[in-house]
Write a protein of this length. Sequence first.
Length: 188
Amino acid sequence: MSTDLVGPFPEGVDPDDYDRLRRRVLWSLPTGLFVVGSTAEIDGARRHNLMTANLVVQVATRPKLVAVALETEALTAQLVRAGRCFAVSVLSREDRAVVRRFVKPVTDVILDEEGRPVSMAGEAVKPGASGAPILDRAVGWVDCRLHSADELGSHVLAIGEVVGVGGPPGEDAVEVLRMEDTRMNYGG
């Protein structure tokens, strides 16, 4: 039996077989792919990051709340907790290669004369009202002030109140990027 297995396991099942089945089922849950922007002052320096995330969902309508699951030890989780904000960039299905740039902390950040990011990992960005970076290429975005952060073991569920939104002009529907559009998988 693998030492990485996480229970509980139903009585009478082989834990390895059950774990493989559980991962396949959990990977089949439909999710999008988004880029989460964060910013905060840490150790006396202003830091900015963009991170690929697949669990982003609106969780309340009054007030407008959006939740994002972040790995507890990720730089983005640290920045969201410290900066009390985050932004979510929604991408078009054609932008599937972009999310791969943000699976590790961003080190290539270009700032303007006021210290705001204008480019991260070669992608143009703008700060939201919260200060969190938003991809210029986003087909939609939400900017959030942190409402609460629930520690869930491997992840923190950051819940933000929407303080700004943007999207394409008009009411044209855009096919947004989903996990199934890539060869990426996560969770399980």
